[in-house]
Design a protein around this ligand. Sequence first.
Ligand code: NAD
Length: 468
Amino acid sequence: MSTTAAPVTASGSTPGDVVTAEVERLRATFAGGRTRPLAWRRTQIEGIARLLDEQEPRLAAAIEADLGRQAMATFMGDIAPVRAEARHTLKQLAKWVRPQRVRVPMAQLPGKAWTAPEPKGVVLVVGPWNFPVLLTLHPLVSALAAGNAVVVKPSELTPRTSAALAELLPRYVDPDAIAVVEGDASVSGALLAERFDHIFFTGSERVGKIVLRAAAEHLTPVTLELGGKSPVIVSRDANLDVAARRIAWANALNAGQACIAPDYLLVEDAIREPFMERLLREVERTGRDHPSRVINTGHAERLAALLDGHGGAVACGGRVDGAGKQVTPTVITDPDPGSDLMTEEIFGPILPVLSVPSVADAIAFVNDRPKPLALYVFTESQDVVDVVTGSTSSGSVGINHLLYQLLVPELPFGGVGTSGMGAYHGRHGFDTFSHRKAVLHKPTKPDPSMAYPPYGPIASRIMRRMMG
Ligand code: NAD
């Protein structure tokens, strides 16, 4: 199903009416039990894998039209990770759904106890624009693995990709249990007014708060995959060539519009000069190789504003063409830590670089700020790895590389503090969309009378000893 962004549709119904009808339709499917069997779940996930195999050119063309991103980058960023997740889930699912026995304490014997995952019900997945296939279909795989009915709401800022998903998904998965609802904030708002059994939101901190407030109304559990500023620490013992190449690559990928993109660098004074020489060479080279088109004029202008009044120096790049949505990969040295550039999530191909006397100072800088979604450190020293991982808090840590932590299916992907709550990927995604039900099964014999009041002195003594 697809609904427009207009407040009232041609038929005279509001987005709220359309959304309510859609959620009720899915709820009826879920209540009928269709989504629970393992075979149904597998068929849906196989459908998503087939959609990616057969429709990659169509999706890549839609993303190119929406984001100006080339097909190979779409394969790496949107297609391959979802396909890998689908394959991994298909392999592991039989194990994940199995009930797990737990030990029963002496006082509760005889009896058997276990936990069993069950689907939560009808869940909502709201996606952002920056990886519009990845960030809708990846959580969809987890939600289906757990046996839920799912409403998917792609971002309105990638309208062609949203339309392609709305058209293609019902051809590959069960349309009575999976619905794509298109539209802007007004449609999202109508969705959030509904009662869901879980809401999985990927997007900004600002909208994350709106989602959390709306979910409170129905006491709906929420996963928030948000953003923030992900720092990179470059230690004096780092492999400088590799660090510069990898950081420049990650900064250019999707024109820096990735939630776990490097946001700013903290470079030890001792290697600042040789590192900067390499970094500038790499950023200029990647800038020549990769077009750096950002999503729209508004975002280009937002980035242009960040390049104003930061108090640092433009070491390379710095050009923004708002109408053409182009931002040249840029390095800014020594910006004011209180400037917008250093306090707002950049989400574009701009890298501020600050010098620090030591790794300890870099850690103090990071710990003075909101907990990041990702933290990166380049070092050849295990001691530095230990001190950085042991004394900072972040959703994930990448050591000597960036972004690839996303592709390890059994690493949870999620934030901490203002970078988000909850996680997914692999088993963690299955758990996010499942309720783990606790079950105790007791035989009806024996049923000793001392377990019931009145408790005489002997019964009291025995009960006290048994129950600890
Ligand atoms: P956004 O918050 O503006 O939009 C995300 C979704 O929320 C869209 O579908 C949009 O339609 C909807 N929305 C917008 N306004 C709304 C409102 N008032 N009420 C209800 N819904 C509303 O985010 P974006 O600009 O699409 O994405 C960029 C942000 O997402 C960045 O902060 C980035 O770090 C974050 N992000 C996080 C991850 C992650 O996995 N943690 C991944 C990608 C992007």
